[in-house]
Ligand binder design. Structure first.
Ligand SMILES: Cc1cc2nc3c(=O)[nH]c(=O)nc-3n(C[C@H](O)[C@H](O)[C@H](O)COP(=O)(O)OP(=O)(O)OC[C@H]3O[C@@H](n4cnc5c(N)ncnc54)[C@H](O)[C@@H]3O)c2cc1C
Length: 407
């Protein structure tokens, strides 16, 4: 059986590692970049407790390596620009274990090393389609070392090629983005704060929010959000120090908290190297009915990063897909299309829930938002119950998850 995975990002590298261990399966994961690529070095991720739980259940050895490269995400604090505390939530009050904070490039490194020779680097996939000679099968073309390659008769194609997935646009059409009306600026700075910044914290001033946490080794990740008209471009002035400082001048008239002051100073120094993105989401789609193609991670679902669920759900997706594919291959009775149906049945409602909650929790980032009211409802039982469901109820396929959790 021939399986081709497009992209060795979060979902692709994780799945490649698992499938490469199944005897008799020919797995290739095609990745555009080289192994030492650090294009995401300037970004940190907070990965939800649910991804850690899913990975611990599915692949304890890999979970230990990922956790060793991270710091635990154990608290979520929110404050106003002058330091007035809005809430302070211990993550374990709504989860079975902490989440993690990690550099994006570190997460890639650990997952890619874990997949070993299953990943073929420097392969830029340029074409994907239905194989005209074999119903249900697909073909892929790619450029590698200046040469064009083609693989046909693929029994299972996995599109794990991220937000602008070629696999999904070629086989299912380009997903339409829905802009939420928030621009986000990200930077990674050296930690000279002397202990002011550690676990996941947020600082609000009107509808503007600064978010920060410490990551290994000795850095602080900072993200600033600005409301904007959905779909509108980011204003160049927002990338200037005077605008950045004025934006976080406390509405209360009191001075900025010492932590916020340090974050602003550090961010302003890094402004020329910072990256802007606009928050958006797109419809969920895991598979096709007339071709054996499976989408995982951002290729299956674009979501807003407010609750740190993008990479988190990509990890849950890959864990569920690995377990279900392994189970189906072990049983050896059903066609690939039935496996894909099973993965979609397990994952679709789960991801729709994560997307809806992430969007709902973005209320404080929208134009005209009141951060005090927005923070208050996040301390109330209905939101905490939803957060607990998000962080605890990993969806790996019920019977498989129960089997794994039974000592
Ligand atoms: C501003 C911002 C902040 C975020 N913060 C968080 C956060 O705190 N927590 C969180 O969980 N998530 C966060 N995310 C989301 C998270 O980064 C993504 O959801 C996650 O990386 C998706 O994983 P993936 O495996 O689907 O795709 P990716 O990790 O994007 O991997 C796709 C891979 O495919 C490769 N590829 C693409 N096209 C081709 C091609 N044609 N040929 C060969 N290879 C190809 C790429 O090189 C890449 O390695 C954030 C996103 C943004 C934009």
């Amino acid at each position: 059986m021939k399986i081709v995975i497009l992209g060795a990002g979060v979902a692709g590298a994780l799945l490649a590692r698992r499938l490469a261990r199944i005897p008799g399966i020919d797995v290739t994961c095609l990745e555009r970049v080289q192994p030492d690529d650090h294009s995401e070095a300037g970004t940190g991720l907070n990965v939800g407790p649910n991804a850690v739980k899913a990975l611990r259940l599915t692949d304890p050895a890999l979970a230990a390596q990922v956790e060793a490269a991270s710091l635990p995400w154990s608290r979520w604090t929110a404050a106003l620009a002058d330091g007035s505390v809005l809430f302070d939530l211990p993550i374990e009050s709504v989860a079975d274990n902490p989440g993690i904070r990690i550099r994006w490039s570190e997460l890639y490194r650990v997952l890619r090393v874990g997949a070993g020779s299953a990943i073929r680097y420097g392969c830029d996939v340029t074409g994907v389609g239905r194989d005209p000679k074999a119903p249900g099968k697909t073909f892929v073309t790619w450029e590698e070392g200046g040469q064009v390659h083609r693989s046909e008769g693929i029994d299972l194609l996995v599109g794990a090629d991220g937000r602008y997935s070629l696999a999904r646009s070629a086989l299912s059409g380009v997903p339409q983005p829905r802009h939420v009306g928030v621009a986000i600026l990200r930077a990674l700075v050296e930690d000279t704060s002397g202990g002011l910044v550690d676990d996941y914290g947020q600082w609000f001033n009107g509808a503007h929010r600064l978010l920060a946490f410490r990551v290994k080794p000795g850095h602080v990740y900072i993200a600033a959000t600005f409301p904007l008209v959905p779909g509108a471009p980011v204003a160049p002035a927002w990338s200037t120090a005077p605008v950045m400082r004025a934006t976080w001048e406390p509405a209360s008239g009191r001075p900025r908290s010492a932590t916020l002051q340090w974050l602003l100073d550090a961010l302003c120094e890094q402004l020329p190297d910072s990256h802007w993105a606009r928050m958006q989401e797109s419809d969920v789609r895991y598979h096709e009915t007339d071709a054996n193609v499976l989408y995982l991670g951002d290729s299956a679902h674009g979501m807003v990063p407010t609750l740190g669920q993008g990479a988190t759900q990509a990890m849950e997706d890959a864990c569920a897909a690995a377990l279900i594919i392994e189970d189906e291959i072990a049983q050896g009775q059903r066609p690939v299309a039935a496996w894909l149906e099973r993965i979609a049945r397990v994952r679709t409602p789960r991801v729709q829930f994560a997307m809806a909650l992430s969007l709902q929790a973005s209320d404080t980032l929208l134009a005209g938002a009141d951060p005090v009211a927005g923070a208050h409802w996040k301390t109330q039982p209905p939101f905490l119950a939803d957060l607990s469901r998000l962080f605890r109820d990993v969806a790996l396929g019920k019977e498989l998850a129960q089997e794994l959790a039974t000592p």
